[in-house]
Design a protein around this ligand. Structure first.
Ligand SMILES: [Zn+2]
Length: 215
């Protein structure tokens, strides 16, 4: 597990301070220099997240570029979240969890059906939350604009044989990850509603989202 690092920023000084319930989507535009924090309020939540260049949304988060550049599959303090153009969208500046996933992808009606059975197809899922949030945001982004995402606080260890496993979480109540925006960034979040795998302990819970202007 990566080394943990704290932040000195005071929530009372935040410009944005909202609680996002499990199963809800959220969009927000960050200005370059803003600091963005996600707090896992009750622990073991999975926060499915994507980032876009707010000025040109064709440039968006790239899991491949991010992992290749840092030579590691897990996201932690110091990770530059790179775009499809290889440029940093944000940098992880503080992290009290120690591990975040960018391999597991987002749950969907289709994956719920394949993994858990036909009866689960109609359950709420992150892909639909992403699409609903994008529709509300406007600007014409659709399902074609959803690349592989980040799952903050989600633990997806890769075994020595290369297998991907969805494991019990390593997060806990109050743990957070904090990022500095390196350009103007559109944030897209689905606070995962998944009830069928341990990524959020079978109990989806709310998260707190804070933004501080550049200091
Ligand atoms: Zn999900």
């Amino acid at each position: 597990m990566a080394a943990l690092s704290d932040s000195r920023l005071d929530p009372a000084q935040a410009r944005v301070d909202v609680v996002l319930a499990a199963g809800q989507g959220w969009t927000h535009e960050l200005t370059a220099g803003d600091v963005f924090r996600i707090v896992d309020l009750e622990g073991n939540q999975a926060v499915d997240t994507l980032f876009f260049n707010a000025r040109d949304t064709a440039e968006r988060y790239s899991a491949t570029e991010t992992m290749r550049a840092q030579g590691n599959i897990y996201l932690a303090t110091g990770t530059a979240l790179l775009s499809s153009e290889g440029r940093p969208l944000l940098t992880i500046a503080a992290d009290t969890c120690g591990r975040h996933d960018t391999l597991g992808g987002a749950c969907s009606a289709e994956s719920n059906q394949v993994r858990y059975g036909l009866a689960k197809k109609s359950m709420h899922n992150c892909r639909d939350s992403f699409l609903l949030a994008l529709a509300r945001h406007g600007h014409g982004l659709t399902k074609r604009d959803l690349p592989s995402n980040i799952n903050f606080f989600m633990n997806v260890p890769v075994t020595p044989k290369g297998a991907l496993t969805f494991a019990d979480g390593v997060s806990a109540p109050g743990r957070y990850v904090e990022m500095k925006a390196e350009m103007d960034v559109l944030v897209l979040i689905s606070n995962c509603p998944q009830l069928n795998n341990p990524c959020n302990a079978y109990n989806p819970t709310p998260v707190r989202l804070l933004v501080w202007p550049e200091s």
